[in-house]
Design a protein around this ligand. Sequence first.
Ligand code: PLP
Length: 380
Amino acid sequence: MTKIYLDNAATTRPDAGCLEKAKIYLGDKFYNPSSMYGEGYDIRREIDKSRENILSCVARAEEFELIFTSCGTEADNQALFCGAKRGNVVTTIGEHPAVYNAALELKQRGVDVRIAPLLKDGTVNVDNLLSLVDEKTSIVSCMHVNNETGALNDIDGISALVKDKNPAALFHSDGVQAFGKIPYRLGKCVDMYTISAHKIGALKGTGALIKRKKISIKPYIYGGGQEKGMRSGTENVFGIKMFEFAALKRYSEISENYKRATDMFELLCSLLDPSFFKIIGERDMERRSPYVLCVSAPGVRGETILHEVSDKGLLIGSGSACSSNEKKRYSRVILAQGVSEAEADGILRISLSPETTSEEIEKCAKILNETVKFRLEMMK
Ligand code: PLP
């Protein structure tokens, strides 16, 4: 049985055309980009081309540079650990563990870490976040699109307000769930932006930290000095080329994809039975991504439904794939937006890709409606 895959916020199916094009970097073009002979030099130039192309999707090369990393998590860690100085660090309770747990580790090491709460729609409470920023704040990290709920923070507006209060504070945003999906270019107060390849049809194990050229941060990984000394380690050439091809493809059709995803999102919302499904967060696209829908079926466990629908050919998530390893019953992010424990227990995440069809959405809604209805009736 071919399953319907609607867990694209966890990872995406690698794009077949991009894989075909990138195959050469596993074969004939296998050389080490640091090698001194021509073959190595050519690969170095290819990596720089990828850097330029990926960066051009969201920023101007005059202002920003891009450091390839092993994943989005590493880029987030570099931003936090290398951007934080003495003083305090401000972040939000909605962050992915790649930022949140890095911030908790900074706290363990004695840094004053301040965490802003969320509003009911899952976006950060901006007034509260600003009240935490002062002249001693070294970095503020606030994600662009939330991986569990799809809530969209206005990072340009927030970063401008942060800089009004403290022009010296760095502003980082985790853009992993926004890159390649939300039409956006880095605003003038954003200093660092994290992206990851496997969320847009490329491979796991490649990410990048985009940083404003004029800000100076230290490397996170030391060694042979690759990436202009900012991230040592022999480059994952195949992963980087895949990232480039997938990014160029996504950005060549970003507006059409966004519109399609919005239609699919609306269709799904209209088909889920409102007598037992509650949509978590905003419907307004100004404040959310159409690629992630978080719903709750209070009274049934999300995890139970997830397994049952998987047996029926539907693959969805129950929150973030990473936090499922944390073995916590309720998601901190979901609770932080005022959702009750009963609702938090029934959380399901349905995440779309540009390829998602209306037939898939219809089947998904049918399977979910039937499964939850049956469970609730069994419990009567
Ligand atoms: N940040 C967000 C918002 C994510 O959704 C993820 C992955 O789920 C990450 C960071 C981590 O990215 P990676 O899997 O490349 O380490």
